[in-house]
Design a protein around this ligand. Structure first.
Ligand code: F6R
Length: 261
């Protein structure tokens, strides 16, 4: 795990966008795993800016989103289909057929999930997976207790996640769908590179558990300690309870000049 602490979410997001952009420039047919929620928004804004001002080309990129609420159709304003169009896809030159998001209206969830896994494999696997983290330590919607071997499937959201996400549903947790389709932890761990972003004091405990706690299904993100290429981009408040924060900063300050992000 590489822990990279920035002063602000904006700085961290720009650093993350540069990593994505470098991959896309080196491998124009890159396969990206995408997240939704509040955390990746500044990263997506920066990618849109790079597309407009620096000719960052997404025409051969393929994307797979982590998750979608069950029962929300693609036009629902709180669906992740809507989110992705609004914040990224409508502003870059990615062909619609190259973008994949779980279908919240599927009538056969297990068959859909098997097919989603098949499509990821057929695309050659994920080159880079962008992640946020839930305050309960979830990645994707793999809530505490999720198997580390899990693949794309249905999950039931915890009360804590319903409460956290109520802000997108008029502040009412009863309006947040209780079920979702999410990539599994095994699916995420197969990505060749993982980029997790976490901002704000509300994420500090989950971040400390993920980075410095035991690897446990009770804190799903802790499995990233076993990923060979996981970069964790934090702002200072999200890093506030890390015991070794000084060391992580020291590592960055003393990076050999040949090392790139
Ligand atoms: C979103 C996702 C979730 C979020 C997490 C944090 O696709 O998979 O794991 O990354 O719930 O959400 P925010 O960023 O809104 O705090």
């Amino acid at each position: 795990m590489e822990i990279i602490i920035h002063d602000t979410p904006q700085e961290a997001a720009v650093a993350g966008a540069r990593m994505v952009a470098r991959l896309v420039r080196e491998k124009p047919e890159a396969v990206l795993g995408l997240a939704t929620g509040g955390t990746p928004l500044p990263l997506y804004r920066e990618l849109v800016r790079m597309h407009r001002e620096e000719d960052l080309d997404f025409s051969r990129v393929t994307t797979f989103n982590l998750d979608e609420y069950l029962s929300l159709g693609p036009e629902h304003p709180q669906s992740y289909h809507h989110f992705m169009r609004e914040h990224l896809f409508e502003h870059i030159n990615i062909p619609k057929e190259n973008t994949h998001i779980p279908d919240g209206m599927t009538l056969d969830v297990p068959a859909f999930c098997r097919d989603y896994e098949r499509r990821i494999a057929e695309a050659g696997g994920l080159d880079l997976q962008i992640l946020g983290i839930g305050s309960d330590g979830h990645i994707g919607f793999n809530e505490p207790g999720s198997s580390f071997a899990s693949r794309t499937r249905i999950k039931t959201l915890t009360r804590e996640t319903l409460q956290d996400n109520a802000r997108f549903f008029d502040g009412d947790p009863t309006l947040v769908p209780r079920h979702c389709i999410t990539m599994g932890i095994g699916t995420i761990m197969d990505a060749r590179c993982v980029l997790l972003l976490a901002f704000g004091p509300g994420k500090a405990d989950a971040v400390a558990g993920m980075v410095e706690g035991p690897v446990t299904a009770s804190l799903p993100a802790s499995i990233l300690q076993h990923h060979s290429t996981a970069k964790i981009l934090l702002d200072s408040p999200a890093a506030a309870t890390l015991q070794r924060a000084d060391y992580y900063r020291w590592v960055r300050e003393n990076r050999p000049s040949w090392q790139q992000d």
